[in-house]
Design a protein around this ligand. Structure first.
Ligand code: ADP
Ligand code: MG
Length: 461
């Protein structure tokens, strides 16, 4: 067997034991450069990051598969960055020239649409960097992929799709990509935008008859970071427009990064062709960091602010807050504020009250009312308030109805008769039953749990 055949066969084996995304991410553009004395393989890898990753994570698997293929001959692997393959992939010059031309054209057009040029809410926040993102088991793949995209925008994983629950670092990573690209490639224009803003912008543009301005604006960037794509659910015309924008970027090898609260195939009320586009690149999930990583996050945040807490206090905070890093940060800030105010060093005992009190006061200081909850639930599920309150027993209405009853009780402490009355004049026993039902499902049903958390999160924004 020659080098190529050996690597081909080894890759075939590796592919079996790895997820599709992982395999594509780390083994693309790898090759055997050299085999010395029949026992040492030099593996060419496309960039330093892949080198570190393969060495750290997959060394054993790679060696095993090489040994299987060569009947035990290969004893050692040396990893070497080799850009050979990479160079062949460079964009043809002609294409770049047309791109340049289009860019200037767009810039001219753009001035007409100045009133809604990205500013303020579009802007990247410099506090989100790779350096201050703590990496643990539950976010390392997303982190690695994000780093890679920031180093090779448009060339590696396009689109990059990051998904996970609320408050676990999706926006942080996506913005870190933007900040890093701004730092590395001065000429690249980065657009960070929330999906919500994209939807509103689109609707405004249609109403004002300014679609051309809208298109020119969105297409004049080199990098598109779009946050919380799930917000486009059920919005067919916006999806249509986004699909076109997406294709524009994609065809020109411009990087697209998308975040979402769920994987592409789970985005309901999305057009099939759009989800398959979203799936076509690299997909990485993030979930809540494990305890050890949460401890590291607390330490890092304290460090940044110049505070030092006792290890057992840090561990206690990290143990108590298990749902989201955002909540973890929030509580930590409260504890710091208390500490400064009273000048008493935090101990497990005195922060216990803060943590419990905070969870309680979250309820009391809610600045939303019954109507807001009903509105949030119906808009989340793309139904009308009337349908939510109505008589229909269709499942797609019953579940949202029960969820709104649950939230009215949990968040506003409404009485059951009151809840029944608010939701279409139902009996208090119905309200009670619905509340109990969702309460149980919050422990058992992942989807319901996630939906409720998202709606809740929006209410507190
Ligand atoms: P999401 O977009 O997933 O809802 P964010 O990216 O807004 O969550 O993260 C919430 C907060 O938690 C942010 O302030 C972010 O900086 C912080 N955070 C999340 N994950 C990490 C991490 N791994 N290391 C440091 N900070 C983190
Ligand atoms: Mg976010």
């Amino acid at each position: 067997m020659d080098k190529e055949q050996i690597w081909e066969a080894s890759l075939a084996r590796l592919e079996l034991s790895l997820s599709k995304a992982n395999f594509a991410t780390w083994f693309e553009n790898t090759f055997i450069k050299d085999i010395e004395n029949d026992e040492q393989v030099t593996l060419g890898v496309p960039h330093a990051f892949a080198k570190a990753w393969l060495k750290k994570k997959y060394h054993k698997e790679i060696l095993d598969s090489l040994q299987e293929v060569t009947e035990g001959k290969i004893k050692k692997i040396v990893y070497e960055v080799d850009l050979n393959i990479h160079k062949n992939e460079e964009k043809p010059k002609e294409k770049e020239e047309t791109l340049e031309k289009e860019k200037t054209e767009i810039n001219i057009n753009q001035t007409r649409y100045k009133d809604s040029l990205p500013m303020g809410e579009f802007a990247l926040n410099e506090k989100y960097t790779f350096e201050n993102f703590i990496v643990g088991k539950t976010n390392e793949l997303a982190y690695a992929a994000a780093k890679c995209v920031a180093t090779y925008p448009g060339e590696k994983y396009n689109p990059l799709f990051l998904y996970g629950d609320v408050g676990i670092g999706k926006t942080h990573l996506s913005q870190a990509i933007g900040n890093e690209i701004n730092k590395r490639f001065k000429g690249e224009k980065v657009l960070y935008i929330t999906c919500e803003k994209f939807v509103n912008d689109y609707i405004e543009a249609i109403q004002a008859g300014k679609m051309k301005g809208f298109r020119d604006k969105y297409r004049s960037y080199d990098i598109l970071l779009i946050d919380d794509i799930q917000f486009m659910a059920g919005k067919d015309r916006t999806q249509e427009e986004f699909f076109n924008t997406f294709n524009e970027y994609y065809q020109k090898n411009k990087q697209i990064v998308i975040t979402s609260d769920r994987p592409p195939q789970a985005l309901s009320a999305f057009q099939e062709r759009l989800t398959s586009r979203l799936e076509s690149g690299m997909i990485a999930d993030i979930s809540i960091p494990d305890l050890e990583t949460r401890v590291a996050i607390v330490e890092s945040k304290l460090n940044q602010k110049g505070y030092k807490f006792k290890p057992e206090v840090i561990k206690f905070i990290a143990t108590m807050i298990q749902k989201s890093v955002r909540e973890l940060e929030g509580i930590l800030n409260k504890i710091i504020a208390q500490y400064e105010l009273r000048m008493i060093e935090p101990t497990i005992d005195n922060i216990k009250t803060t943590i419990f009190a905070l969870k309680e006061s979250r309820k009391k200081h809610a600045n939303f009312g019954i109507r807001d909850i009903i509105k949030s639930v119906s808009s989340f599920y793309n139904i009308t308030d009337e349908e939510l309150k109505g008589k229909s027993r269709k499942r797609e209405l019953v579940v949202p109805r029960q969820i709104s009853m649950y939230l009215l009780r949990e968040e506003l402490d409404c009485s059951f008769p009151n809840i029944g009355a608010e939701l279409g004049g139902r009996d208090h026993t119905t309200a009670m039953h619905s509340y109990q039902k969702i309460r149980t499902q919050m422990l058992e049903n992942n989807k319901i749990q996630k939906d409720v958390e998202l709606i809740r999160e929006k209410l507190y924004l």
